[in-house]
Design a protein around this ligand. Structure first.
Ligand code: FES
Length: 71
């Protein structure tokens, strides 16, 4: 059996992109089976589909930008 290469790429302010994994464990302990070449794992804890990213982190970015422009 050969070792499988798994890579993790950090998206600034967003998810971790996981390539080559069969299974992942999210920040809440939820285990997910990987059936795609690349999956996005939530790091912000706001996703309603943990451990997967559902783009909820983007709402936070928009809110931060609005707060900065309102100041
Ligand atoms: S990182 Fe995308 S929803 Fe949490």
């Amino acid at each position: 059996m050969s070792a499988r290469r798994v890579t993790v790429t950090e998206c600034p302010g967003g998810p971790l992109l996981i390539r080559g994994a069969d299974e992942v464990v999210g920040i809440d302990g939820t285990t997910g089976t990987v059936d795609r070449a690349v999956v996005a794992m939530c790091r912000c804890g706001r996703s309603e589909r943990l451990p997967w990213c559902d783009d909820s982190h983007r709402a936070r970015k928009r809110r931060k930008k609005k707060e900065q422009t309102d100041e």
